[in-house]
Design a binder for this molecule. Structure first.
Ligand SMILES: Cc1ncc(C[n+]2csc(CCOP(=O)(O)OP(=O)(O)O)c2C)c(N)n1
Ligand SMILES: [Mg+2]
Length: 301
């Protein structure tokens, strides 16, 4: 077998156990060397290019916190004008994607640019010191949603950003986890085979911000899915009839198993009412998705 393309050079300065390098590595292995990466400001950009080094073995463009999707749109338009073809892949964190970069992303999807946008979702602004984002889950501790006696962590649930992009009618939207690499790779392959804007939201356990032992990264990426906290799904053209859960756990684990190794949920694990609130959010979300999946598979939509 020919050796697989290795898109990442050693020597970057990511935290031990950072899940984002794995997301990038496997996405780019599928894409191959004829790829241009556009990278929003955030952890990934910072640790991958500590001057004078770079971990990227493909052309890489760093832009501001808020405009990866706009810059990727421009790269696509320029290549088209020059008559050249390459995969254009944008990587942004949850803050750079679901919050400050959302307008640029919405525009990129609405205009129909041929770009794959991958959001590495570590559920907070990690690079600047663990501030909450709209993708931070309910009741999680962050430095701007502290867990005190009166207010126990973030008061709002996680924003369903992949759904919102799907509602634009994007040709392909999916969620992914590095614990399910075959699923992740297949989704990247599918996305790259479709013309137009594609969006993949990949959950990224963050040892520093979620506060867990670095050896547990893949285990947490698996538990996020096995507890149905972060379901794996895909959908095409915003058409609910194409919605599919790509992995249905044989046994749905209690969300506590996902929360327990993470010290950002320590206050939740000490309070059964708080734990119940998170379990309820997970259950309602999962039930909705399971019903939709079954209706779509049975052509009842
Ligand atoms: C307009 C603007 N506001 C704030 C910042 C500071 N800043 C840089 S990265 C970042 C947070 C990035 O969060 P996220 O996109 O989730 O990526 P992560 O650091 O978690 O990888 C912030 C607030 C900035 N660079 N530009
Ligand atoms: Mg983040």
């Amino acid at each position: 077998m020919p050796e697989e393309f290795e898109p990442i050079a050693p020597g970057h300065s990511a935290c031990a156990g950072c899940g984002s390098t794995q997301i990038v590595r496997w996405v780019l292995k599928e894409a191959g060397p004829n790829t241009i990466v556009v990278n929003a400001t955030g952890c990934l950009e910072v640790f991958s290019t500590t001057y004078p080094y770079t971990m990227w073995r493909v052309p890489w463009l760093h832009v501001a916190f808020e405009n990866a999707a706009a810059a990727a749109s421009g790269v696509e338009a320029a290549l088209k004008r020059m008559g050249k073809k390459a995969h254009i892949i944008a990587f942004g964190g949850d803050g750079g994607t679901a919050d400050i970069g959302f307008q640029a992303l919405s525009g990129m999807v609405e205009r129909g640019h041929d770009v794959l946008y991958v959001m590495y979702d570590n559920e907070a602004y990690m690079n600047t010191g663990i501030q909450r984002s709209s993708s931070t889950p309910l009741l999680a501790w962050t430095t701007t949603s502290p867990a005190g006696k009166v207010i126990p962590g973030k008061q709002q649930p996680k924003k369903p950003v992949a759904w919102i992009i799907a509602a634009h009618g994007a040709p392909y939207v999916a969620t992914a986890s590095i614990a399910y690499l075959t699923d992740l790779r297949k989704k990247v392959r599918t996305a790259l085979s479709i013309k137009g804007p594609k969006f993949i939201q990949a959950i990224q356990p963050c040892t520093t911000g979620w506060r867990f032992d670095p050896s547990l990264t893949v285990k947490l990426a698996r538990l996020a899915v096995e507890t149905c906290y972060f379901p794996l799904w895909e959908m095409r053209n915003g058409d609910l009839r194409t919605f599919r859960l790509t992995y249905i756990p044989k046994e749905k684990k209690p969300v506590e198993e996902f929360l327990r190794p993470q010290r950002r949920f320590r206050h939740v694990l000490q309070n059964p009412d708080l734990l119940e609130r998170i379990q309820k959010w997970v259950d309602e979300n999962w039930e909705r998705m399971l019903k939709l999946h079954e209706a779509a598979v049975n052509q009842k939509l």
